[in-house]
Ligand binder design. Structure first.
Ligand SMILES: [Mn+2]
Length: 229
């Protein structure tokens, strides 16, 4: 069984970035990476998940997930795709309304390759930086202390669901933060500008939406990466 919490050592050679929800817009993401001079030879990109649904290039998710410099956690849209591919009950109407039409209409023989790739994704990533560990989860850390996350994810279905689905911290403007981490980076809820509550960075600035853009957060500085010129 793949790890629910994956750990990455400090990047000794290049930079580390996190990006918000992608939703099938890999061409736009690549353009954003090009603008900051992302170097796949030494840099790493950590995705908060939701690689698929809504956009036109969902099938490219498998190509990106195969890259050695690209690391993603599982979002709720990957979660739904896994359930659907396994034949578990999914409200197909709402799935399509939320961008899942590409998967519903995909050749059923091709669905398992996506379900398999998504099943390998951790629900949380921890990246070491000079100033301490940075966590990455799609929606939120379901426990107050990061050191308790691994066991919570293993033992509690509710913790796994919260990691992928909740919007409570943002809705409540809860600035209490997550202990045991320098910063937590999440997506899932679109925001016009990155929102920082305590040490929790919400970075889904809608790169997949008309008029939105991808925020690439430098994990070393916790600043939004700016264009290389
Ligand atoms: Mn989401």
């Amino acid at each position: 069984m793949p790890a629910l919490l994956a750990r990455y050592e400090r990047n000794e050679r290049g930079r580390d970035f996190a990006v918000g929800d992608i939703h099938g817009h890999f061409t736009r993401l690549q353009a954003a990476l090009d603008r900051i001079g992302f170097d796949p030879g030494v840099d790493r990109l950590f995705s908060v998940g939701d690689l698929v649904d809504r956009g036109p290039e969902c099938e490219q998710a498998l190509i990106w997930l195969a890259q050695p410099w690209f690391h993603a956690v599982r979002g709720n849209h990957e979660d739904i795709a896994m359930r659907y591919a396994k034949g578990n009950p999914v409200d197909v109407g709402s799935y399509i309304a939320n961008g899942g039409e590409w998967f519903v209409t995909l050749d059923p023989a091709r669905r398992p390759s996506f379900a398999q790739a998504f099943s390998q994704l951790p629900l949380a990533i921890e990246v070491q930086t000079d100033a301490g560990p940075v966590g990455i989860v799609h929606a939120d850390c379901p426990v107050r202390d990061w050191s308790r996350l691994g066991i919570a994810l293993r033992l509690r279905r509710a913790a796994r669901d919260r990691a992928m689905w909740t919007r409570e911290r943002l809705q409540r403007e809860d600035a209490s933060g997550v202990a045991g981490l320098r910063a937590l980076v999440v997506g899932h809820t679109p925001v016009a500008e990155p929102v920082v509550l305590g040490n929790v960075f919400h970075i889904d600035t809608g790169g997949w939406m008309p008029g939105g853009r991808f925020t690439l957060l430098d994990l070393d500085t916790l600043e939004v990466a700016t264009d290389a010129s």
